[in-house]
Design a protein around this ligand. Structure first.
Ligand code: ADP
Ligand code: MG
Length: 427
């Protein structure tokens, strides 16, 4: 079904460039008519299914039509003296700064053709509040915000939410996961009772159900199950190696396989810094990307990565969701993700929108059991590759469960360490 059959106004349709958006994604085809008709909508659909545009279009359409209906004196174009000319009509809450920026870019890329007619503002924490307060002078039509900063701004009297007509909770699962429950309740209490609610998430854990039930009224539900990653689009590989060899192996792969743009997931901020530094020493342009970095630095790293000025980004899971780096060819799990769901999100950074991509996981003797669990959840069993020169030499630790093996027959890793320590002490 083309965009023109979804109930959007001709004025809005002219802003949709067919080159960028040739036709609606399945989520958009279902979401847009329901939202445009004013209904609450509840979507569960995997990362990359086009949820941002799904809510951006009906909200922009509503804004355009409300302006067209307004009489000149009260119109947003002719503010009355001493009165806030624009009241927030749509509020989009997102969990992270990166997502806030990305969502605002989607809105602005469409609304920019109407010049100053649609005012879209994005606010998030981690940067000075003053420019954001200035930016909100004269109001805004659409506000994209992270919850904490939004509350700060309200407390500074920088804006009011009493005219909000539509509320969007994007990545609602992540909002809860990051502990924004109290902030959310506070913000909800400031909104008009009568409003449209658009609720989007990639997963549907139980905590989401109760939040959704408390907010949504007779929602139109769209449920697109998270697929296990398609092997035809994302080629998954598992390379078996020793923990201590991973940095060397990473360097080797980047060079030997001539990898161009690599997103590497590590478990901690510390390893993100250390591994990036080691790659740089080896002449591979690399940057860490984690929550301790300033907002400016994070944006810079992403921009450099997208523009191919940086080849490798070493990221903690902060980057795993929401970020839209187009055509990312390679994702590497230097450390395995904690859960099978995180695995899906991480490898979802590659092979987007039909592009092919490779997701490589480093599996070590210590993480073998954990890897087996991830494979089981995804109903896959990948061949365990060994790269010559980087093969695992240590043995897997004893399985925790009694698998029928005879304990104590061969020395465990601990035994070996003890033996080594003893022999060192002798020498
Ligand atoms: P989600 O929020 O579901 O994870 P996004 O809104 O971030 O997905 O969209 C994922 C990618 O798909 C983005 O690069 C976006 O520009 C692109 N996209 C969205 N809608 C369409 C469309 N109708 N046609 C082509 N590409 C689209
Ligand atoms: Mg999204």
């Amino acid at each position: 079904m083309p965009f023109k059959d979804l109930g959007l106004s001709p004025e809005l349709l002219t802003a949709l460039k067919p080159k960028t958006y040739p036709s609606p994604t399945p989520v958009q085809s279902e979401f847009i008519p329901a939202a445009a008709a004013g209904r609450d909508v509840w979507v569960t659909a995997p990362t990359g299914s086009g949820k941002t545009l799904a809510y951006a279009l009906p909200l922009l359409d509503r804004l355009l039509s409300s302006q067209n209906q307004a009489t000149p004196l009260t119109s947003a174009l002719r503010p009355l003296p001493g009165r806030n000319p624009r009241a927030v009509q749509s509020l989009v809450l997102v969990p992270t700064r990166e997502l806030a920026i990305q969502v605002s870019q989607t809105f602005m890329s469409i609304a920019s053709q109407w010049g100053t007619r649609c005012k879209i503002t994005v606010v998030f924490g981690g940067v000075s509040i003053n420019p954001q307060m200035m930016g909100l002078r004269g109001g805004t039509d659409i506000l994209i915000a992270t919850p904490g900063r939004l509350i700060d701004l309200i407390e500074h009297n920088a804006l009011k939410l009493s005219n909000v007509q539509s509320l969007v909770l994007d990545e609602a699962d992540k909002l809860l996961e990051l502990g924004f429950q109290d902030e959310l309740q506070h913000i909800l209490s400031l909104l008009p009772k009568k409003r449209q609610n658009l609720f989007l998430s990639a997963t549907r854990p139980e905590s989401i159900e109760s939040l959704a039930q408390s907010i949504l009224r007779l929602p139109h539900e769209i449920h697109i199950a998270a697929e296990t990653p398609q092997p035809s689009v994302i080629q998954q590989r598992a390379i078996y190696t020793d923990r201590t060899q991973r940095t060397q192996l990473l360097k080797h792969l980047i060079k030997a396989e001539n990898l161009k743009q690599v997103l590497v997931f590590v478990a901690t901020q510390h390893s993100s810094e250390i591994v990036a530094a080691k790659l740089r020493v080896a002449g591979i342009s690399s940057e860490p990307f984690h929550g301790q970095l300033s907002q400016g630095k994070r944006q810079q790293v992403l921009a450099d990565f997208k523009a191919h000025r940086v080849k490798v980004v070493l990221a903690t899971d902060l980057a795993a969701r929401g970020l839209d780096i187009e055509k990312l060819p390679t994702v590497i799990n230097f450390d395995l993700p904690r859960s099978a769901v995180d695995y899906t999100h991480r490898i979802g950074r590659t092979g987007r929108a039909g592009e092919s991509g490779v997701a490589i996981s480093f599996v070590c003797p210590e993480s073998l059991q954990h890897w087996a669990l991830i494979e089981k959840r995804h109903a896959v069993k990948l061949p365990q590759e060994s790269i010559p020169g980087y093969e695992a030499t240590t043995e897997a630790p004893e399985p925790l469960e009694n698998n029928g093996g005879v304990k104590g027959k061969r020395p465990s890793k601990k035994d070996k360490l003890r033996q080594l320590a003893a022999s060192k002490a002798e020498n």
